[in-house]
Design a protein. Structure first.
Length: 263
């Protein structure tokens, strides 16, 4: 067993962002987005190690202060067209070079979802570790009637019969991928090189807090929502962002070295 443990959380956090400059360092409820993601992972009982993959020195400093190790993200994996999977696979490859093995389960958290509940992470990890699922991702229930516009500009019903308007309670919910987290069996991720493989299941989360920050309006919404939420999960951690006592017992504060001595 490597020093990373069975379950590794990775937060990819690029320095660049077109929608909101410096997005991952913007704050919600007095904490940066990257710090909130790290704190959620640190507070989860099932996660053994937390790594932030970034090309930004300021993000790296913030991540370390919140309790994560840091891995330098190469420029070719930090552009607008680089996939999240490429960053995850890079982390696994570098850690394998260092530790000569990789964890069993990877928890991929996105900093743009500021209200991730550590209890939801634990429940999803348990499902993958037990073998019940290979991939579990956060999704919020929805009863929305969806439409699209065809080539002629006409509205076309997508997930319902436009001639029938059933009551909400008579419709089975559909589920919206929130982007907050994905829990993946490492072997499957490396084999398929994408996040949905094998038996994929939903981790149903509260739709009221399933905010994904893409623009300034989302950020303002999250900030307003943070003032109404009780101090639970990551938001209940000390303001310094220090790891919870139970997590600190088995986490090393030493950053993971990157290839060629990069920070």
């Amino acid at each position: 067993m490597s020093s990373l443990g069975r379950v590794l959380a990775v937060v990819p956090a690029r320095a660049g962002s077109k929608g909101i400059p410096g997005k991952n360092l913007r704050t919600v409820g007095g904490r940066s987005l990257v710090a909130r993601a790290v704190e959620a992972a640190v507070a989860a009982r099932s996660i053994d190690s937390v790594v932030v993959s970034t090309d930004g020195p300021d993000i790296a400093d913030e991540a370390r202060a919140a309790g994560a190790r840091v891995l330098h993200r190469p420029a070719d994996l930090a552009g607008d067209t680089a996939s999240s999977e490429s960053a995850l696979l890079h982390v696994l490859d570098v850690l394998e070079q260092i530790h000569d093995e990789v964890p069993e389960v990877l928890v991929f958290l996105q900093a743009t979802s500021p209200f991730t509940d550590p209890a939801d992470l634990d429940a999803a990890v348990d499902r993958v570790l037990s073998g019940a699922a290979d991939s579990v991702f956060a999704a919020a229930p929805s009863h929305a009637f969806l439409w699209r516009v065809d080539a002629d500009g006409r509205a076309v019903a997508v997930n319902h019969d436009a001639a029938v308007r059933p009551r909400r309670q008579d419709r089975a919910p559909e589920f919206r991928e929130t982007g907050a987290f994905y829990v993946l069996r490492v072997e499957g991720l490396r084999q398929h090189r994408h996040r949905f493989f094998g038996r994929t299941e939903l981790a149903v989360v509260d739709a009221a807090t399933a905010v994904d920050i893409d623009d300034a309006t989302d950020l303002a919404t999250a900030e307003a929502l943070s003032r109404t939420l009780p101090a639970t999960g990551a938001s209940a951690l000390p303001a310094t962002g220090a790891p919870a006592d139970h997590a600190a017992e088995h986490r090393s504060p030493t950053p993971v070295p990157a290839p060629n001595g990069a920070p």
